[in-house]
Design a protein around this ligand. Structure first.
Ligand code: ADP
Ligand code: MG
Length: 356
């Protein structure tokens, strides 16, 4: 397995900067997810790593070797493409074996590798079928099998399970994670699904319009998002972001004045306009409470069993919060909201960067 380094990589298409001075280190044997909205440069990053396209600036290293201008086959990376393409005239087994056959590997070794991969992906029973006779989920597993069957320095996956239904996605992401850690493979996994990006990866890189906004372990990205943008992408339901101001020694937002937390004063001294971030799960909702500091009127209740998502309005500001699944809260109720200031995130109002 290999360590991969991108150093200041830039890729342009005409006036579009698809990747902008991106630097990223992927440790050998790690599971790294690349997360960002559509058109943020995720697929371009993988294509540059693979060597299908050339960089406009920057360097790419695999195990310390400069491969910036190396041919794809010299990089020995294996890829599952976003739009998977199986050979329709070959069986699932022949599709998976294809990369090995092409490399002239003996049939005994091919059989061993194939059985192992098919076992992990639970597709042993469908190996005799051709793609047209497989479901979408089965086809996707075959495509993943074809990428994993050969020895590669790293395995690159471009939204490999995005096309599957929700239940199968849950199963597949657990399987992929297990497979990666069992074999100690280096995985680079692209997705636009924030829960998927967080749940599979050891490390997560977040792209925004071709720039890397933050790289860290998923827990740290959730707990300490580097920018308001990252805070808004990671976590579900989405974080509440409000305009706020540091004035007269306090942080004032439409929710009122927040009690100061130790250490804030120092960090806020040059701040003025702020964005206040409060995660829905950090807000306590008290039913039928009209005596709280923050009283809000409930406009929507989404019951999800284990918990409910409560949308409420106070002074024209909409706030999303989480309540217990069995909380007796209905649309039109007045509820009390309480917020612990130490659970709040503060970002600079203009740059969006984290202040505290
Ligand atoms: N071959 C190309 N020609 C022109 N523009 C491209 C090409 N490939 C990608 N782009 C542009 O680069 C940006 C990033 O694309 P991409 O990496 O495919 O996004 P995503 O994060 O959805 O995978 C987009 O604005 C896209 O339109
Ligand atoms: Mg893409």
């Amino acid at each position: 397995m290999s360590r991969i380094v991108l150093e200041g990589v830039t890729k342009r298409y005409g006036s579009t900067v698809a990747l902008d001075d991106a630097s990223l280190t992927i440790e050998s044997g790690s599971f790294t997810s690349i997360f960002g909205p559509p058109s943020s440069g995720k697929s371009v990053l993988l294509r540059l790593l693979l060597g299908l396209e050339t960089v406009d600036a920057g360097r790419i290293f695999i195990d310390g070797m400069d491969v910036t201008n190396a041919l794809p086959k010299e990089r020995n990376l294996s890829m599952v493409f976003q739009n998977l393409a199986l050979f329709p005239h070959l069986t699932a087994r022949e599709n998976i074996a294809f990369p090995l056959v092409r490399r002239g590997i003996d049939s005994g070794t091919i059989d061993d590798r194939l059985d192992q991969v098919a076992g992990i992906l639970s597709i042993s029973h469908i190996l005799h079928k051709k793609p047209a006779a497989l479901s979408g989920g089965e086809r996707q597993r075959v495509a993943i099998g074809r990428a994993l069957v050969r020895d590669a320095s790293a395995y690159l996956m471009d939204e490999p399970i995005a096309a599957l239904d929700a239940r199968l996605r849950d199963v597949m992401r657990v399987e992929l994670k297990r497979l990666q850690s069992e074999f100690g493979h280096t995985f680079i996994y692209v997705t636009h699904d924030n829960e998927e990006a967080m749940s599979v990866a050891d490390r997560m890189a977040i792209l925004r319009e071709g720039r890397i906004e933050q790289i860290d372990v998923p827990d740290a990205i959730y707990a300490k998002p580097a920018t308001a943008y990252v805070a808004s992408l990671v976590g579900s339901p989405r974080i509440n972001l409000l305009n706020a101001e540091y004035t007269a020694g306090g942080v004032v937002s439409p929710l009122g004045k927040l009690a100061m937390v130790t250490g804030w004063r120092e960090k806020l001294k040059s701040a003025k306009a702020l964005r206040l971030g409060i995660r829905p799960e950090a807000i306590q909702v008290t039913p039928n409470d009209t005596g709280s500091d923050i009283v809000a009127s409930v406009s929507d209740v989404e019951r999800l069993g284990a918990f409910s998502i409560i949308t409420s309005k106070t002074k024209d500001t909409e706030i999303t919060a989480i309540a217990a699944g069995d909380a007796r809260i209905s649309v039109g109720d007045s509820v009390g909201l309480s917020i612990n200031p130490s659970d709040c995130h503060l970002f600079d109002g203009s740059s969006g960067r984290r202040v505290v």
